[in-house]
Design a protein. Structure first.
Lengths: 257, 85
């Protein structure tokens, strides 16, 4: 069998205007020829309004490719994330938050586990659940989303291909280019730890506009930052060939390489 | 324009992030004398124009150099697909 082709992009930051519609339509007009599945890695909108996300939902519907999405911090800004999700789901987009969706594409079962993720930082420079209530709430949210990611990944057991979809980064690698002072607001190692415990074939995220494209978790799972300012195109396509993996890896389902 | 350049730059960066006409968090602001240079990327021409408008409002009298680009969103060629095995 041929490869499973996964298209992914984050941070398209659509507005409720014609320029955004034209930009999305032009970028996605060949998507169905190039990919079996589209992943949207958060920050679909600028302010998180239903009007903005309608632009994205309509463009994705016209593209005609099964789609999964997570929300990003911009999609929460207006305080209407439930309405944003409703608009996307009305366009048959699977919106993931501590949940997983399985797609039958190219003759394979592709499991996608997703969460927005959150900040908190990386080994040696992490926020801890200690001190003021505000600090504890920040740290606790990261722990909660990492726990939700673990639960979501368990739902992907048995899939031929396992993908993790995030907005925030699980690793430092893909933040190279950002100011180090910002790292605690761009991702958390707790996400990578959850991914390594379960195993995955690929992680995609956005959020870090000034970051780098390629990275790897400490356990060896490939990570790609698909924020549009980083990939500088409508989307990236990743080709995965689960049939050609070493038998031992396929048998255990481990994502570590 | 008054205040130390570092404060001016950060107040402007905050304004660009929080102003409802833009909401862009990833821009770089430099203050050089009475000139303010804004660099980075946005997702539309209208947003690029909003950078100049907001900067002029927040720093009246300063010369604004709007060096912000609109992120390319062209469709990729099939040959650009990354083979991950």
């Amino acid at each position: 069998m041929g490869a499973v082709r996964i298209a992914a992009v984050g941070d398209v930051h659509a507005g409720a205007d014609r320029e955004s519609t034209e930009r999305l339509d032009a970028g996605l007009d060949r998507l169905a020829d190039q990919a079996d599945l589209l992943l949207l890695a958060g920050d679909l909108t600028r302010c998180g309004t239903p009007e903005e996300v309608r632009v994205v939902a309509d463009a994705v519907a016209r593209a005609g490719v099964p789609t999964a999405a997570v929300l990003g911090n911009h999609d929460h800004h207006a305080g209407r994330p439930g309405e944003v999700v409703d608009v996307l789901e009305s366009a048959r987009v699977s919106v993931l938050e501590g949940t997983a969706a399985t797609f039958e594409v190219a003759g394979r079962r592709v499991g996608v586990a997703g969460t927005k993720g959150f900040g908190g930082g990386f080994a040696g420079a992490c926020v801890s659940e200690f001190g003021e209530a505000e600090t504890k709430a920040f740290a606790r949210h990261t722990t909660e989303v990492a726990d939700r990611l673990r639960a979501a990944m368990a739902m992907c057991d048995g899939a031929d291909v396992r993908i993790v979809l995030l907005h925030y980064s699980p690793v430092r690698d893909t933040l190279r280019g950002e100011s180090p002072e910002l790292y605690p607001f761009l991702g958390s190692y707790l996400l990578a730890e959850a991914i390594d415990d379960a195993g995955a074939d690929l992680v995609v995220h956005g959020h870090a506009h000034n970051g780098s494209e390629r990275g790897m978790t400490p356990g060896g799972v490939r990570v790609r930052n698909v924020a549009q300012p980083v990939i500088r195109s409508a989307y990236r396509v990743f080709e995965l060939r689960p049939d050609e993996r070493p038998a031992a890896r396929a048998a255990t389902g481990a994502g570590r390489t | 324009m008054s205040g130390e350049p570092e404060y001016v730059a950060e107040h402007l960066r905050t304004g660009l992030a929080t102003d409802g006409r833009l909401h862009e968090l990833g821009l770089d602001v430099s203050v050089i004398g009475t000139t303010i240079v804004v660099r980075g990327a946005v997702s539309s021409l209208a947003q690029r124009d909003a950078v100049g408008t907001i900067a002029s409002e927040l720093a009246p009298g300063a010369e604004i150099v709007n060096d912000v680009e609109v992120v390319p969103s062209r469709r990729p060629d099939s040959a650009e697909a990354e083979e991950l095995g």
